[in-house]
Structures are given as structure tokens and as C-alpha cells.
Design a protein around this ligand. Structure first.
Ligand code: PLP
Length: 454
């Protein structure tokens, strides 16, 4: 099986359970805290927003969590996803490295995000919820949730950052095609939105404002809950279906990765691929696990490990993570996504423990890698995924220079078909690099000292 280009597992090999890395960690990550008391939060604090089953998954330390059959039924529309040996890229790089990518762009929404959206819609439906709310920036998460809600008969309200709503209509149309209601944020539907509009009627919006609106909408309607597309433990759990399939596919290739790579925004696609392999690393297998982020939002590489709010509006519990401060505003010139000010607390804990490495790249280098990959393998990667591609290409070149043949596995978390405006900026030389300034980071972090527990 060594000579093949791709491994596509039969539907019978779709995993029956998600893998929970928390079961195998030598020590647990620091708990989320209530901002007022600085005491660990309990399930009751989350009940206005999430159904019970999701809350239980957020805190469980069971190693395996069964995937409900209705969720597997939807997964079967596109899963198992292919694992591809990037032979043409290897040839173009003249590298002795063996490069593999797990391709999550085959989902209807074009990314890994439906893996959790489908599960979340199912558990909400099971709990009698009628409607889900969420926020979206460019629309990747919103479209995944819109599709999932449609499949389980739920209504879906997506608060979309107003500037994206105006400038990037196609994801909105996709969400509407799947039956979601898309509301430009700030809106007059919520107190949070009205407060912003009264100050600035032309506000372009932000992810922070959109989160506040989606949370308020869910908390003030009995039949409505909220859904989050990354960062939380239950999201990482659902995404492990990626790594579980990839492990089996690597066996069919009669190979095993020396390096596992994923881009990181909130941490879900990275964790989804990496956690099943980290399980082996905790048992002593030598494998490097690398998270790749943009220099415009250098959370792991330059952030500080502190308690911070998950959102700009300071509505969430305090979570310990590498953070650039909840007041972080991503630079407008950055086209590559991955703009969250923190990362999943569990991933941050692994990084803090030295189990995970991190690297940051500027966006022109990222898009150069994206184009190189598209010209060799055909698929134009999502700009987010292209961060992982950049590292993989650099690592493959290091293998060539050192004369070493390593197996490199990465998550191609989505395709870039909705991101061609950013590709055009790159191809016409209009994309510029941006290094987030130290002074900005220092200033944002100063505000966090009062949030730390005694
Ligand atoms: C949303 C998204 C990401 C970043 O989110 P993570 O939670 O870090 O995975 C990466 N790649 C694609 C294609 C995305 O849509």
C-alpha cells in the first residue's frame, strides 16, 4: 500500500467514538473561573447557553465518547475524508520527506467545521431546543452551523460582522441557502447591538460585538441556545474524528508521522488532527506536534499564559490561555484568518507543558506556500490551512538539506474557493506583511493583572 496516492476508508471505518485527550493527560488544565468570584465555574453557569449533554462533554474525562448514530449518518455524506500523499509537492521540492495531508475541504461547507456543527445541532435538537444562534466573521463557522441546523430541523440565526456582511456576500448566500437567517451585526435586535449603534450608527462591527449579540439572543429566549465553533473542549472532542481516521489511514500507507502539523486560530482543526497522535506521544512515541499561526495574531508565540476573557465584551468565564488580551484588534490588512486573541485552553496547556511547538509566519510567505501547493497538488488551500502548508514546505526543505526522510502529516482544514479575493490581492502584489507590535501586546496585557486569581 506504500505506492498509493490516497487512502479513502470505507464508510464502515467511520469512527464510532470521539477521543478525549483529557483522559490521558498527566495533569488537567487550569479550570475556567467565574469573573466575579474567581472560583471555578459549575455546569449551572453554562446552562443558559448550552444543552446538558454539551456541558457534560465540556468537562468529561472519559477517554471515548460515543458518536450518536444520527451524527454518523450525516458524517457519512462526506466522511471518512481522504488522506493524500502529496507526491507532486514532494517532487517539486525534491525532498526525501514523505508529505501527507488530511483533506477536510470535502465537507459541504468546505472545511472541518461541520464535524462539530453537526454534533452540536444534534444534541440541541435532542434537548428540545428550537433555534441556535452564533456569530461569524467571514462566514465559515456560520455556514457550517447553518447546514447542520437545517439537517436537524433547527432554526439558525447568524450574527455576521457587518463589514463582512457587506463585503463578502457569498458566504451569506450560502448560509441563506441552508435556511439560516443572517443578521448584520451590530443590529437593533439586542441591547448589546443597540448600545453600539447609539454610539456609532455606522459601526463596521467586530467578532466581539457579534458574540455579545448571539449570546444575549440565546440567553433571553427559552427555546434558543448558542453554539461556538472552536476553543471549547467539546468542540475539540468532536474534531478528533479527523485524527482517528488519519491514524488508520497512515497504517494503510504502512507509515507513521514524525511530525504532525495544523494551523491554529482557536485550535479546533489542530486538536482534531493532533490529539489522537498526542495520545501516542504521551505513551512515549517520538512525534513532533506543531501549531502554525500568523505573525499578525501571534497568540502562542508571543502571547502570555494568563487568565483572560474569551470575548471582547467580557461576557465569558475567565479562561487560562496564551492571550494577546481580549482588547486585541486584528490588523485590517491581514487576509489570512486565524484572528482570535487566545487559543483553546487545552491546547495552551499542552504548549505550556512542552508537548506542542508553535511557529508564526507572515502572510505573504503563507500565500506563497498556498500557491505552490495549488500548483503541485491542485487544491487552493484556505488561507488558514496555508499556514500549515508553509511550515510543511519549510520542513520538507530542511529534510532535503539534511538528507533525512521524515514523514510529515498536516491538516488541510479547508479549501480556498471563497477566499479568492485574498488570493487576488497576493497575486497582484497588494498583500503586505504585518508584525503585531510589542508595545500593543504589552498594553493589552497590562489590563489583565486584575483578572488573575490570588
Ligand atoms: C475556522 C477555520 C480555521 C481556524 O479555526 P480552528 O478552530 O483553529 O481550526 C482553520 N481552517 C479553516 C479552513 C477554518 O475554516
Amino acid at each position: 500500500m506504500k505506492d498509493r496516492t490516497k487512502v479513502v476508508l470505507p464508510e464502515e471505518e467511520l469512527p464510532k467514538a470521539w477521543y478525549n485527550l483529557l483522559a490521558d493527560l498527566p495533569s488537567p488544565p487550569p479550570p475556567p473561573l467565574h469573573p466575579a468570584t474567581k472560583q471555578p465555574i459549575g455546569p449551572a453557569d453554562l446552562e443558559p447557553l448550552f444543552p446538558r449533554e454539551i456541558i457534560l462533554q465540556e468537562v468529561t474525562t472519559e477517554r471515548w465518547v460515543e458518536i450518536p448514530e444520527p451524527v454518523r449518518d450525516v458524517y457519512r455524506l462526506w466522511r471518512p475524508t481522504p488522506l493524500v500523499r502529496a507526491r507532486r509537492l514532494e517532487a517539486a521540492l525534491r525532498t526525501p520527506a514523505r508529505i501527507y495531508y488530511k483533506y477536510e475541504g470535502t465537507s459541504p461547507a468546505g472545511s472541518h467545521k461541520p464535524n462539530t456543527a453537526v454534533a452540536q445541532a444534534f444534541y440541541n435538537r435532542q434537548a428540545g431546543v428550537r433555534r441556535l444562534t452564533t456569530e461569524t466573521g467571514a462566514g465559515q463557522w456560520g455556514s457550517a452551523l447553518a447546514m447542520a441546523c437545517q439537517m436537524f430541523g433547527l432554526a439558525c440565526t447568524v450574527y455576521m460582522v457587518r463589514v463582512s456582511y457587506q463585503q463578502k456576500p457569498y458566504r451569506r448566500v450560502l448560509m441563506e441557502t441552508w435556511g439560516a437567517e443572517v443578521v448584520p451585526s451590530p443590529s437593533d435586535r439586542t441591547q448589546a447591538g443597540r448600545a453600539v449603534l447609539s454610539q456609532d450608527p455606522d459601526s463596521p462591527g467586530s467578532l466581539g460585538i457579534a458574540i455579545s449579540e448571539a449570546v444575549e439572543d440565546a440567553a433571553t429566549h427559552d427555546d434558543t441556545k448558542y453554539a461556538l465553533g472552536s476553543v471549547l473542549n467539546h468542540v475539540l472532542l468532536h474534531q478528533t474524528v479527523i485524527g482517528l481516521e488519519a491514524k488508520r489511514q497512515m497504517e494503510v500507507f504502512e507509515d507513521a508521522p514524525d511530525v504532525v502539523v495544523g494551523c491554529i486560530g482557536g485550535g479546533s482543526n489542530f486538536a482534531g488532527l493532533a490529539f489522537p497522535f498526542l495520545s501516542d506521544k504521551l505513551k512515549g512515541r517520538a512525534v513532533r506536534v506543531v501549531a502554525v499561526e500568523p505573525t499578525a495574531c501571534p497568540t502562542l508565540t508571543r502571547g502570555r499564559y494568563l487568565y483572560d476573557f474569551g470575548d471582547t465584551a467580557r461576557t465569558t468565564p475567565l479562561v487560562k490561555m496564551y492571550t494577546l488580551g481580549h482588547t486585541f484588534v486584528p490588523p485590517a490588512i491581514h487576509a489570512g484568518g486565524l484572528r482570535y486573541h487566545g487559543d483553546a485552553p487545552t491546547v495552551c496547556w499542552l504548549y505550556h507543558q512542552g508537548l506542542v511547538e508553535a511557529v508564526a509566519y507572515p502572510q505573504t510567505a503563507v500565500f506563497a506556500a498556498a500557491v505552490q501547493f495549488a500548483r503541485a497538488e491542485g487544491i487552493p488551500p484556505a488561507p488558514e490551512s496555508a499556514h500549515a502548508v508553509r511550515f510543511v514546505i519549510d520542513e520538507a526543505v530542511r529534510c532535503r538539506e539534511a538528507g533525512e526522510s521524515r514523514a510529515i502529516l498536516f491538516n488541510l482544514s479547508g479549501h480556498g474557493h471563497f477566499d479568492l479575493a485574498a488570493y487576488e490581492e497576493y497575486l497582484t502584489g497588494r498583500l503586505v506583511d504585518y508584525e503585531y507590535p510589542d508595545a500593543e501586546i504589552e498594553r493589552a496585557l497590562e489590563g489583565l493583572s486584575s483578572l488573575q486569581p490570588a
